[in-house]
Design a protein around this ligand. Structure first.
Ligand SMILES: NC(=O)C1=CN([C@@H]2O[C@H](COP(=O)(O)OP(=O)(O)OC[C@H]3O[C@@H](n4cnc5c(N)ncnc54)[C@H](OP(=O)(O)O)[C@@H]3O)[C@@H](O)[C@H]2O)C=CC1
Ligand SMILES: CC(C)(CO)C(=O)C(=O)O
Length: 357
């Protein structure tokens, strides 16, 4: 099979969906894009996508009008929407999935990959679901068909459901995205590897007035030493939670070193280094930011439920969930639609690990 014979359907036309599409086209793969709620990119059936930054060029991609159309010709599906949309996107795709397809979830949180895998199996369809706890590229959408690609990560973790599919799934991802993948123990390790919740929630809460006034604030400059110290405490709880499930996940400092080649050891110094070298990205300027609206329900609140079933306390995580809910005026714990769909509250650690094999 040559690259032109492999067709990738990308769900999501935000920064990551467009960046993945541009990357895959320049690598020679066929690509279709789908805007799940229909607000981001509507027909015609083809469009020219423009990328700037670390990946530059113009690329022709196909535009799918529905989940059915996206899946019809796709060998691989890439899910590139905030986790708030994962269940809805999988529910829409489920009737159209075929045995043998691979679904790549990037980035994956809250075990959304397990939801997709079990949903397909309940319909008698055997797919492989690949989880990445982050993205291969970082990017921001500039217009409906324009993306600024900020960085390409040097290493990131990957896992597969079923676990036995990992060697084949890793080889496929290397063909698609390059030789940048390390193996995570399972999908829970990939979910807990996602450091956005521990980094983004304090950044957003402690810079809230900047967000509310829509100021231009370079986010690593405002990851000040005291804010960094809160992130480090949340990160310690995230790693302790992983250990309670017999898993090792790398620290936030290691994550930045692997993602962006930073050299400093302490998080506050890493933030200063990133600000000096990149000057950005700018922090969010919208009170609906996914830094709280995605990362608290699907990251911190998910961890809180897992901590309860593992019988361990997460005091800083709980405080941050409450502070985020208070400032947004939302019950962010209640916004996660995967926890109950996966039956996590009544699960046991061993039972959950068994489902991830
Ligand atoms: N951008 C980055 O550099 C990084 C992003 N990530 C993660 O990658 C994922 C994608 O990020 P990014 O592309 O920046 O996000 P965006 O917010 O830009 O994604 C927008 C896309 O997601 C779709 N979408 C949003 N909410 C929903 C929903 N509730 N249901 C269905 N579809 C929805 C939109 O659909 P429509 O077009 O129909 O409006 C649109 O296509 C997120 O989980 C993010 O946390 C992780 C690390 C870096
Ligand atoms: C680009 C980066 C690293 C900023 O926090 C990110 O992870 C995101 O936007 O989700």
């Amino acid at each position: 099979m040559t690259r032109q014979d492999i067709h990738v359907g990308v769900a999501g036309v935000g920064g990551i969906g467009l960046a993945n599409a541009a990357w895959l086209r320049q690598a020679g793969f066929g690509v279709s894009l789908w805007s799940p709620r229909g607000t981001g990119l509507a027909g015609p059936a083809r469009c020219e996508l423009h990328a700037t930054g670390v990946l530059g060029g113009s690329f022709e991609v196909q535009v799918a009008a529905s989940a059915a159309e996206l899946s019809r010709h796709a060998d691989v599906l890439v899910i590139a929407v905030p986790v708030n949309g994962h269940k809805a996107v999988f529910d829409a795709l489920a009737p159209h999935l075929r045995t043998g397809q691979t679904v790549v979830v990037s980035s994956m949180s809250s075990l959304s990959a397990l939801y997709a895998y079990e949903l397909a199996r309940s319909r008698g369809v055997d797919i492989t679901v690949v989880s990445m706890g982050t993205t291969t590229l970082t990017a921001r959408r500039a217009a409906s068909n324009e993306v600024k690609v900020m960085t390409r990560r040097t290493r990131l973790g990957i896992s597969a459901l079923p676990q036995s599919a990992l060697p084949r799934a890793k080889a496929l991802c290397q063909a698609l995205f390059g030789d940048v993948f390390d193996e995570d123990a399972n999908a829970l390790a990939s979910a807990l590897t996602n450091i956005n919740p521990v980094a983004h929630a304090p950044l957003a809460v402690f810079n809230w007035t900047r967000i509310e006034r829509a100021e231009n604030w370079p986010q690593y400059h405002y990851m000040t030493p005291h804010v960094a110290s809160v992130i480090v405490r949340l990160d310690a709880e995230r790693r302790a939670l992983a250990r309670a499930f017999g898993l090792h996940v790398r620290s936030i400092e290691e994550h930045f070193a692997k993602s962006f080649n930073t050299r400093s050891e302490q998080l506050a110094d890493i933030a200063a280094e990133l600000h000096a070298s990149r000057g950005g990205p700018p922090g969010p300027t919208d009170v609906g930011t996914r830094f709280l609206g995605e990362d608290v329900p699907y990251g911190l609140a998910f961890s809180s439920v897992l901590a309860r079933i593992a019988g361990m306390p997460m005091p800083c995580t709980e405080t941050m969930i409450e502070a985020s809910s208070l400032i947004t005026g939302r019950d962010l714990r209640a916004e996660n639609d995967l926890i109950d769909a996966l039956g996590l509250r009544s699960e046991t650690p061993d039972g959950l690990l068994e489902r991830l094999r």
